[in-house]
Design a protein around this ligand. Structure first.
Ligand code: NIG
Ligand code: FE
Length: 384
């Protein structure tokens, strides 16, 4: 059963070989054929082949479904009071994570599953079709396993983040032994990635040597590497991620010239999460500096109850344009093709022939409307 999608004013393929030759591979007055869950044909509407069925999108832009490469969707409770306290001047240091760990421990499996399903539906309703989901609000073996089991019910992009923080009352060295030992052994079969909050500026997170130990143990257990780095202050996260060949280093808010140079010569994607700077009232990462240096950029939401309680990628795109120096085209590219690269995926984040038919419809004639009309419901994933 093939379906023709038409009524597309602008199609973003992310294939520079198609359309206008830009990185977005823009085609005007386009059509797209979906067959067996994949893109089977793209081109001018005037030369579209005949199909078994057709959908008229009514004169809207179509973009690849957003790829959100960084979320913490498995949790209970909220920290709205912590957010309000920041408005009164309190600084974020990761200490609030303990409150979410306690709320999550108090929730049953069905409650957590329902919360997760609602969050996935909300992300999809705003155009996200691929989600990475981390553990990290369990911090004991059974709770981390539970989080990854639930995450695995909604995505293949599951990340073991036992090294989120040292749990309250635990001995650092004992906890590191657990995260690199029995907890990793139990969690690795349920995860694709390992991640660590490498942030010496936080008393709760991990320094370079600790983070290296977590990443090396994760790699030995067969996991790909991701790093939370340089969120709160300049630090070792970016250089460690590059040194170990991590797929992504996330936040990248406080970077030295050496950090930028290291990223530029590497295969590690810099994933910016400007919703965090919005929520924590901190300076935004300089996306322009990174792009100009040749660094591969991704954008993600970091949806979590502490530092960014939204999964809206259109909001993140608008922030990246307003605050990180990206053009609307660069921001969209980072939220699709760049984010797919940060997950080392080439079947998503583009709409060329052979890609997954993850289609997001923009309520407007061009992709620019995503940033141009912030806060409006400009994107939705198409149910085919
Ligand atoms: O990506 N930085 C560490 N982890 C999350 C925040 C988690 C929390 O505060 O609950 C982040 O910002
Ligand atoms: Fe995070």
């Amino acid at each position: 059963m093939s379906t023709l999608l038409h009524g597309i004013t602008e199609l973003v393929t992310n294939d520079p070989g198609l359309g206008d030759g830009s990185a977005l591979g823009l085609l005007a007055d386009a059509a797209l054929v979906v067959h067996a869950g994949r893109v089977a044909w793209v081109g001018p509407a005037a030369s579209a082949p005949s199909c078994d069925g057709a959908r008229d999108l009514g004169g809207r832009a179509v973009v690849p479904g957003f790829v959100d490469p960084h979320t913490h969707l498995v949790h209970a409770g909220d920290r709205a009071a912590e957010f309000a306290a920041r408005a009164a001047g309190q600084r974020y240091d990761g200490g609030g994570i303990a409150a979410t760990v306690a709320a999550t421990a108090a929730a049953g499996d069905d409650e957590l599953r329902a919360l997760l399903a609602r969050r996935v539906a909300q992300a999809r309703a705003a155009g996200t079709t691929t989600l990475e989901v981390k553990s990290g609000y369990g911090l004991d073996v059974a709770s981390e396993v539970r989080a990854l089991r639930l995450a695995g019910e909604v995505t293949t992009e599951t990340t073991f983040l036992g090294a989120h923080v040292v749990p309250a009352g635990a001995d650092r060295d004992d906890y590191l032994d657990l995260v690199t030992g029995a907890m990793l052994t139990a969690c690795a079969p349920l995860a694709r990635w390992v991640d660590v909050f490498c942030e010496p500026a936080s008393p709760h997170a991990f320094d370079a040597d600790e983070a290296r130990a977590v990443l090396l143990a994760g790699r030995a257990a067969g996991l790909g590497l991701r790093v939370h780095g340089n969120q709160l202050a300049p630090g070792p996260g970016v250089r460690l991620a590059v040194e170990l060949g991590a797929a992504s280093v996330d936040h990248c808010t406080f970077l030295t010239g050496d950090d930028v140079a290291a990223l530029a010569g590497s295969a590690t994607v810099a994933t910016l999460l400007p919703g965090v700077e919005f929520s924590t009232r901190t300076p935004y990462p300089d996306g322009r500096r990174l792009l100009d240096a040749g660094v591969r950029l991704a954008l993600g939401s970091d949806c979590n109850p502490g530092t960014c309680a939204t999964s809206s990628v259109p909001f993140v795109i608008a922030l990246a344009v307003r605050e990180c120096g990206l053009s609307p085209a660069e921001a969209l590219h980072a939220a699709t093709a760049g984010a797919a690269a940060s997950l080392r995926r080439d079947d998503v984040g583009r709409l060329g022939v052979g890609a997954r038919a993850d289609v997001t419809v923009v309520d407007g004639p061009s992709h620019v409307h995503l940033a141009y009309r912030p806060g409006m419901p400009t994107a939705r994933a198409l149910d085919l």
